[in-house]
Ligand binder design. Structure first.
Ligand code: PEP
Length: 254
C-alpha cells in the first residue's frame, strides 16, 4: 500500500516571515502523523529558510517548479541542482505554469526528466480544461499530457513520480470534481502507467487529486481506492484546514 501524500502548493503567497509563522504551526500540528507524508511547496525565496525550519520535522519540502537546464544564461530560472540541496519534491506541469508561462507538454517532459536526474520526486500535474471536459475530451487530454510528461523516464525512474490529476476547471474555483470522476481518472492514469511500465510500476506510483480540496471534502477523496493523496492550493495556506486535510488521509481507509 502506498503511503498517502498530501502536498500544499503555496503558489505566489506569503513573505518569508509569514511562511515562518505558518511552518511553526504546521510542524506542531502535524508532528503525530505517521501514515501520511506531508509536503509544503513555498515560493523559491522561502525554500532555504524553510529547509532549516523543517529540518528534523516530519514535513517535507517541495518546489513549485524547476528549470530543465543545470546552469547557465537562463535569467530568472532555478536549477535542479540548486533545488536538490534543499527539496525532495517538485511540482511540474501545474496548469498555472502551462497557462501563464507557456509550459508545453514537451517542456514538462524535460522538467520531469531533469527532476528525476537530480533525485527530486516530480509531482506531475495533468488535467483537462472546462472546454475539453465539455467536449468529452478529458481522458484523451490527460492521457496525452501524461504520456508525454513521462516519455523520457525508465521503469526504475517512474517509481519516483507522483501524478496529480488536477482538472483545470476545479483549481481555485470551488468547483470540486466528483470523487467518482477523480477515482475514474486515477484508474485511467494507473492503467496507462501499467501499459507503459508494467503492473508493479503502476501500483507504486502515487496518484493524487487536486482542485478545490478543503477540510470539508478531503475525507471523500481519502476513501478512494485509486487516489493516494491530494494536491492543495488555497486551503494549504490555512494551518487548521491543511492539518485537517492531512489528517483525513491517516489512517488510510481503504
Ligand atoms: C493547486 O494549486 O494545485 C490547487 C489545486 O489549488 P486549489 O486547491 O486552490 O484549487
Amino acid at each position: 500500500m502506498n503511503k498517502s501524500l498530501v502536498v500544499g502548493n503555496w503558489k505566489m503567497n506569503l513573505t518569508v516571515p509569514e511562511s515562518t509563522v505558518l511552518i511553526e504551526k504546521l510542524k506542531k500540528e502535524l508532528v503525530k502523523l505517521k501514515a501520511v507524508e506531508v509536503v509544503i511547496c513555498p515560493s523559491y525565496l522561502d525554500i532555504y529558510p524553510a529547509s532549516k525550519e523543517l529540518a528534523e520535522s516530519n514535513v517535507a519540502l517541495g518546489a513549485q517548479d524547476l528549470f530543465y537546464e543545470e546552469e547557465g544564461a537562463y535569467t530568472g530560472e532555478v536549477s535542479p541542482i540548486a533545488l536538490s540541496h534543499f527539496v525532495k519534491y517538485v511540482i511540474v506541469g501545474h496548469s498555472e505554469r502551462r497557462m501563464h508561462f507557456g509550459d508545453t507538454d514537451k517542456v514538462v517532459a524535460r522538467k520531469v526528466e531533469a527532476a528525476v536526474a537530480h533525485e527530486l520526486s516530480p509531482v506531475i500535474c495533468v488535467g483537462e480544461s472546462l472546454h475539453e471536459k465539455e467536449d468529452g475530451l478529458g481522458k484523451v487530454v490527460v492521457m496525452s499530457q501524461l504520456e508525454t510528461a513521462i516519455s523520457h523516464l525508465t521503469a526504475a525512474e517512474i517509481a519516483e513520480v507522483a501524478v496529480a490529476y488536477e482538472p483545470v476547471w476545479a483549481i481555485g474555483t470551488g468547483h470540486v470534481c466528483k470523487p467518482a470522476e477523480a477515482e475514474n481518472m486515477a484508474a485511467n492514469i494507473r492503467a496507462l502507467i501499467k501499459a507503459l511500465y508494467g503492473e508493479k510500476a503502476s501500483e507504486g506510483v502515487r496518484v493524487l487529486y487536486g482542485g478545490s480540496v478543503t477540510d470539508e471534502n478531503a475525507a471523500d477523496f481519502a476513501k478512494l481506492k485509486q487516489v493516494d493523496g491530494v494536491l492543495v492550493g488555497g486551503a494549504s495556506l490555512d494551518h487548521e484546514k491543511f492539518t485537517k486535510i492531512a489528517k483525513a488521509f491517516e489512517p488510510k481507509k481503504k
